[in-house]
Design a protein around this ligand. Sequence first.
Ligand code: PEP
Length: 256
Amino acid sequence: MRQNLVAGNWKMNLDYQAGLALVSEITNMVADEATGPQAPQVVICPPFPFLAGVGKLLPAGGRFHLGAQNCHQQESGPYTGEVSARMLQSVGCEYVILGHSERRQYFREDDALLSQKVKAALAAGLQPIFCVGESLDTREADETFDFIGGQLENGLFHLSNEEFDRVVIAYEPIWAIGTGRTATSQQAQDVHAFIRERLARAYDAQAALNTTILYGGSANAQNARELFAQPDVDGGLIGGASLKSRDFTEIIKSFS
Ligand code: PEP
């Protein structure tokens, strides 16, 4: 079901003690804020070794949820160093980020592999946060919509309606990730509207309306309110600013 949502992607940052301190600060600061009808769900995505400890610090049954940054496509087996979706679920994860551009670029994860990871995550009861987004070259060549349409089709459209219901999409233009260069709110809205239109064609209008679509790419406490005010932007996937409790809390409060 569509909802306002802010997810913090810690990437490969902090150590365990710093991670626990950060999540304590965030939960304390957010608990002090009034919760209105627009108040978002919050997903914290720390590195694998911190998951169980961070999960214990998230108030149960509330708006905080635990997420991972990746999972393997197989259920179990001889895959040294890998982590399955079922393992993530067993330590309390409800979400997993899949298809982040850093995984696509540095670990050569392609649409075919990602389509298997999405299936594995759903089978284990996790909600994938599936990332799509174009490079600067693609944008400048005016091929953004075709490119993102392809990522959606190849990564997600093998799912049944019931499966697709549990997918969150994050639009993350690669040129905006970690660069300090944010998409304008209009650029974000245009792509989000395009994504919703593609979902309506692949599934149906209701499925498209029900899908949570996040923006990611140098979102911060200053620009979040304008981004989140766009009609098709339901929240954010936040990298750098999720590592600072005050900034992340301000972003969580940026829904009007
Ligand atoms: C991300 O990596 O998902 C991200 C959005 O990073 P940043 O906010 O730092 O651009």
